[in-house]
Design a binder for this molecule. Structure first.
Ligand SMILES: Cc1cc2nc3c(=O)[nH]c(=O)nc-3n(C[C@H](O)[C@H](O)[C@H](O)COP(=O)(O)OP(=O)(O)OC[C@H]3O[C@@H](n4cnc5c(N)ncnc54)[C@H](O)[C@@H]3O)c2cc1C
Length: 365
């Protein structure tokens, strides 16, 4: 247990003040001890995985931060069709993808190069290029923060949806994911219909790519758009804003705003995009498109900047404070709201901010 441990190095944004207490947990016993400490001192508890989907305030976190450090991948069951794996929460997600691809097990290859821990992957139900982790999750072993009780949740219990689960909604801050089980297929069922992936393989002239080729394609596509956090290059937390999933009536309201506030070619592009990502009852609109046509690409406040190549990403260009990032996020939200009438949602968890700071960020006045 460390006191006043700086959190900045534990986050991919490379931003944030210290945690009052910080502990690594490698066993159930460790988790219980940390829960006890938080309980006896009446301090809030925060689970910090790879720190790739959070923004920590410049003041840090006035509570106990627990960092899962329990690793391991075990094969629970194998037959001619599939293999079931049990994975410890602190296993690095991308190492798990690599492990599966090397053994020719299908199901998570499109989720290559997403940073963070395997446990945290369930929290926002990570997704990319047409796959989500919920497609392969069978169960999660969790510890109740208030009691230390351990139970197993089925995939249905986890309440997965687009970038959501019970872990970031109804049971937010109540459970620690300790282990998960995944079922991967032995035979190829590749998902290559996402436009960037299709174009990549058309250009390469590959009709039936192997798992290794798919992983390589995803890494190459992603690296152009999402700067993978590396020590020397500032930082980011991936997409700072969520994409839009609109009802028909909401889409029509957006269309009206386009008719009034943007040139006709932008409305044409919106209609084209509408048809690009069809789902049964929702219309998916990439938030990056709205941010771009509002002229926000490259916009900078202090050390924080809207990424030019993928404007969903806010970059720490070196020395950015959490205050810079919040000011930039507020500017982006307000501009998009004024011009399109859409309130865009923030994806990373904002840690250690006051209620007033959050209200200011989310208000449009
Ligand atoms: C370059 C880059 C690209 C990215 N691309 C994608 C992408 O394509 N798709 C996508 O979905 N996401 C993406 N992300 C976001 C991020 O990588 C994922 O959300 C990832 O799963 C977060 O894992 P983490 O271990 O870093 O979690 P953290 O950032 O440490 O935590 C995120 C949340 O999960 C909670 N949490 C963490 N571990 C546990 C646990 N064991 N039990 C309970 N709660 C826990 C935390 O309390 C926090 O609320 C990207 C991020 C970056 C930096």
């Amino acid at each position: 247990m460390q006191e006043a441990e700086p959190l900045k190095p534990y986050t991919t944004f490379k931003i944030g003040g210290p945690a009052r207490y910080f502990a690594r947990a490698t066993s159930m016993e460790d988790f219980r001890k940390v829960l006890e400490l938080a309980g006896t001192r009446s301090l809030p508890l925060f689970v910090l995985g790879g720190g790739s989907n959070i923004l920590v305030s410049d003041r840090g976190y006035e509570g106990v931060v627990v960092h899962p450090a329990c690793r391991g991948i075990e094969t629970l069951n194998e037959d001619s069709e599939a293999v079931t794996l049990e994975v410890s929460a602190a296993e690095t997600w991308d190492d798990l993808v690599c492990y599966a691809v090397e053994r020719d097990w299908w199901g998570i290859e499109n989720l290559s190069h997403i940073p963070g821990q395997a446990g945290a992957a369930l929290v926002q139900n990570i997704g990319a290029y047409g796959l989500q982790v919920s497609d392969v999750v069978r169960s999660a072993q969790v510890m109740q923060i208030s009691t230390g009780e351990v139970k197993v949740l089925s995939a249905a219990d986890c309440g997965f949806g687009y970038r959501r689960s019970i872990f970031n909604t109804t049971a937010r801050g109540q459970l620690i994911i300790v282990r998960l089980t995944l079922r991967l297929a032995r035979h190829g069922n590749s998902k290559l219909d996402y436009p960037d992936v299709r174009t990549y393989f058309e250009e390469q002239g590959i009709k039936q790519p192997s798992l290794g080729e798919i992983r390589q394609a995803i890494i190459s596509i992603r690296d152009r758009k999402f700067p993978f956090p590396r020590e020397e290059k500032g930082g980011n937390a991936g997409s700072f804003f969520k994409n839009l999933s609109l009802l028909e009536s909401e889409y029509q309201a957006l269309r009206e705003k386009f008719r009034h506030n943007f040139p006709p070619q932008d409305l044409e592009r919106l209609e084209e995009i509408r048809n690009r990502f069809p789902t049964a009852d929702r219309i998916m609109v990439p938030t990056a498109f709205l941010i771009s046509i509002c002229g926000l690409k490259g916009h900078r406040i202090g050390g924080a900047q809207v990424n030019e190549t993928q404007p969903l990403v806010l970059l720490n260009q070196g020395g950015a404070t959490a205050e810079d990032v919040i000011a930039l996020a507020r500017h982006v939200r307000r501009t998009v709201w004024t011009r399109t009438g859409v309130a865009i949602a923030i994806e990373p968890e904002l840690v250690g901010f006051t209620k007033q700071e959050l209200e200011h960020l989310y208000s449009f006045s």
